[in-house]
Design a protein around this ligand. Structure first.
Ligand SMILES: Nc1ncnc2c1ncn2[C@@H]1O[C@H](COP(=O)(O)OP(=O)(O)OP(=O)(O)O)[C@@H](O)[C@H]1O
Length: 308
């Protein structure tokens, strides 16, 4: 694809509120049919980044391009707006309008979008179409907001914490819908605190910490970024011997199971087998994304970089 027509390009976006830096040189891009998850803890800058992409807030420096067009403030071009779907927060819809009335309204914004009844179906709210928005459950509200974001059959979809407050089944259903959109070539940016969500959905994950991107890669690459692996086994060796094995970083025990974190699993396992040939239930695995994420966002080295 021609670089000019990428659905989204963000270059060196920075934003401060008084003394607080909220976005630091954020650069990212998104191709058609790609799902990008922006993962970060509370206050990392996820919502600010989405708001900046939409031109809802003024940034201090940097540039946002949508479908090859550099944006100045709020996205105003009707042609661009037709290509864009945004999932809003619950508070942004009138509590008094019914589900069907909301769908009617959103459908009317788009020339070639879904009909109101199709939107009700997309939200799975056929049995609640005459219920007022304010009377829906939290999960139903989220489903309606998601369907409304699709009203114009967008090519770029921005979802700010779309599964917040949803139960497990509703989350899985939404993931399925997002995967289908990807199959249709829709580019999706999704912010989340949920590590499993990013791992399940993302082609690429950006980890945002204190406004800066501290990791950018596929879920697999992100895990590989971590230098250590988890080794589990049963062994008669005592803790002192285990801790002295090469490359061992940490040791813990749960009944008969020993868990070691190693910065070089092959070296550790070789030495372990040399010292205890009766070792059993040996398992070596990559660190879970949750641990990778925690390590990334709690790294003192990174904090020093930020401060500097
Ligand atoms: N209008 C504002 N004025 C001052 N500070 C702000 C403003 N908006 C956001 N912030 C600060 O910017 C930082 C990033 O906020 P943001 O809402 O983007 O984080 P987030 O990653 O979306 O967090 P959460 O996951 O909790 O929604 C926070 O420290 C927040 O307090």
């Amino acid at each position: 694809m021609d670089e000019q027509s990428l659905p989204l390009q963000v270059r060196k976006l920075s934003k401060r509120y008084a003394a607080k830096t909220v976005l630091v040189d954020v650069t990212m891009e998104l191709t058609a049919g790609e799902i990008l998850c922006i993962l970060g803890p509370n206050g990392a800058g996820k919502t600010t980044l989405i708001s900046a992409v939409l031109g809802l807030i003024k940034v201090d420096s940097g540039e946002v391009s949508l479908f090859g067009q550099v944006q100045e403030g709020l996205v105003r071009s009707p042609k661009l707006r037709q290509k864009l779907g945004v999932m809003m927060q619950i508070g942004s819809l009138s509590a008094n309008l019914t589900v069907l009335e909301q769908c009617d309204l959103f459908s009317s914004y788009y020339a070639n979008g879904y009909s109101p009844t199709e939107l009700v179906q997309l939200a799975g709210l056929e049995e609640h179409s005459h219920q007022r928005f304010g009377r829906l459950s939290g999960g139903q509200k989220q489903r309606l907001l998601f369907a409304l974001a699709l009203a114009g059959k967008p090519q770029l979809l921005l979802l700010d914490e779309p599964t917040l407050g949803m139960d497990v089944e509703a989350r899985r259903n939404l993931w399925q819908q997002i995967r289908q959109l990807k199959q249709q070539g829709v580019a999706v940016v999704l912010t989340t605190h949920y590590l499993d969500e990013a791992e399940q959905l993302a082609d690429r994950i950006l980890v945002l910490h204190q406004g800066a991107i501290i990791a950018n890669g596929s879920p697999f690459e992100l895990k590989a970024l971590m230098h250590y692996k988890v080794i589990q086994c049963s062994s008669a060796l005592d803790d002192t011997t285990l801790r002295a094995l090469p490359a061992v970083l940490t040791l813990s025990r749960d009944n008969n199971t020993i868990t070691l974190h190693s910065s070089h699993a092959e070296q550790t396992v070789k030495a372990l087998l040399n010292q205890d040939s009766a070792v059993s239930q040996l398992e070596v695995r990559q660190v879970a994304l949750e641990q990778a994420f925690l390590q990334l966002t709690q790294s003192p080295a990174h904090d020093e970089e930020q401060a500097g």
